[in-house]
Design a protein around this ligand. Structure first.
Ligand SMILES: NC(=O)c1ccc[n+]([C@@H]2O[C@H](COP(=O)([O-])OP(=O)(O)OC[C@H]3O[C@@H](n4cnc5c(N)ncnc54)[C@H](OP(=O)(O)O)[C@@H]3O)[C@@H](O)[C@H]2O)c1
Length: 159
């Protein structure tokens, strides 16, 4: 499976249920990479999507023990095992922190947007640079949007 995430310099990913910053070019890239593939997400991350709804054009596999019914365009899984049985290999894990933690070991490609800044945060992604199981496969040059510099790094699990 794949994982996609935007991190700051400390691998922080969010605060108070929100993303640290939105970069419109990064949102477009997220859409291009995930479109047509299943996405795996936690209930709290779905709440951050437009209208708090599943993403269009993608099968949305949502982890939740509290959602009473599946929102239109989404499938709800109460347990990780059930979700894993249903999740195809081309799925993208799209967050949040608890779902990344639970599923990173199942992923072999990580699409990371690195923000060149440090933000106040309350949740983090594991530091792949410090994890010997992962290596950088591709690193793009820095870009800037609204004064924020960022760049894309693709990591692959070592064989
Ligand atoms: N920077 C990025 O790329 C990025 C991407 C996505 C999200 N984020 C950020 O991450 C933060 C949210 O992360 P989070 O960890 O608080 O929330 P989350 O992972 O999005 O959702 C947590 C919820 O998912 C459900 N869940 C998780 N594991 C489960 C399991 N094993 N079985 C059943 N249900 C399970 C539970 O829902 P119920 O409570 O309904 O049972 C749990 O409360 C936000 O700040 C968000 O903006 C950042």
């Amino acid at each position: 499976m794949n994982v996609i995430v935007a991190v700051d310099e400390n691998w922080a990913i969010g605060k108070d249920g929100e993303q640290l910053r939105y970069i419109s070019a990064d949102l477009k890239r997220f859409k291009a990479l995930t479109m047509g593939h299943p996405v795996i997400l936690g209930r709290k991350t779905m709440a951050t999507f437009p209208g708090g709804r599943p993403l269009k054009g993608r099968r949305n596999l949502i982890l939740s023990r509290t959602l009473e019914e599946a929102p239109e365009g989404g499938e709800v899984y109460r347990e990780l095992d059930g979700l894993l049985d249903a999740a195809p290999e081309d799925a993208f894990v799209v967050g949040g922190a608890s779902v990344y933690r639970a599923l990173l070991d199942r992923c072999d490609t990580a699409y990371v947007t690195k923000l060149h800044a440090a933000f106040p945060a309350d949740c983090w992604f594991p530091d792949l640079d410090a994890d010997p199981a992962w290596e950088v496969a591709e690193e793009e040059k820095p870009q800037e949007e609204d004064g924020l510099v960022y760049h894309y790094v693709t990591y692959r699990r070592k064989r």
